[in-house]
Design a protein around this ligand. Sequence first.
Ligand code: SAM
Length: 233
Amino acid sequence: MSLSLSRGRQLDVGHHGIAQDDLPPMEGGRVDPRQWFLHKDSKPSDPGRRVELEIGSGKGTFLVQQAQMNPGVDYLGLEWAKAFWRYAADRCRRHGLENVRLIRADAAMFVTHYVPDGVFRQVHIYFPDPWPKKRHHKRRLVQASFLRELHRVLGPTLDDDRESGQVRIATDHADYFDWMQDHAAQVTDLFDRLPFVSPESAGEGEMVGTNFERKYRQEGRPFQGMILRKIPV
Ligand SMILES: C[S@@+](CC[C@H](N)C(=O)[O-])C[C@H]1O[C@@H](n2cnc3c(N)ncnc32)[C@H](O)[C@@H]1O
């Protein structure tokens, strides 16, 4: 646990935090994400309930703000760094947000191996790590192969007529944004590209209102973003 994040306070992830060891064995196949929202006090989740995914939740600011505004939507956050995962899950527990769960997992592994087709209405990716060195570019989260995987997990599936799911991306990093545009251009058969629109929880003058955005805004950095809307195939 990072003392600088918790400021000496004991963090308790409660049932809001799902550790790596709590995930079912990968060989068991993909799992309906609504199962994460069940716990001993809750009613069975409504099969028509909307579920959204945030990748790289950091301190959980987007989840806390957005989930409070939308109690009818379930939000699943993925966070790899243990200190951030613990901090964000504890924060959601303290806010009593029953519509948020934080899974400690690598996003590419989790989406590829655990998430069934067509389950998310939106995928939020805000200020992903830019990996600026060229030899590290292959570690960047947003790339054509991963966008193809996100297309698979977004609704609608062919047998349902709900509105098309979206990937929403924001970054402060100009070179990474150019890279994102190049990779989005490789999947134009799968996504329509739209201008970024802030989520309703963003504050006045904010793009999203995450911790990193607030920190970078003080440094005067410009932000860019895009929305990729699924083309059902
Ligand atoms: C630059 S921070 C942004 C955090 C937050 N979205 C914000 O805007 O304040 C990127 C976050 O993504 C997490 N992350 C990086 N790679 C990841 C991966 N493969 N799977 C899940 N989380 C990841 C990092 O641990 C970090 O918390």
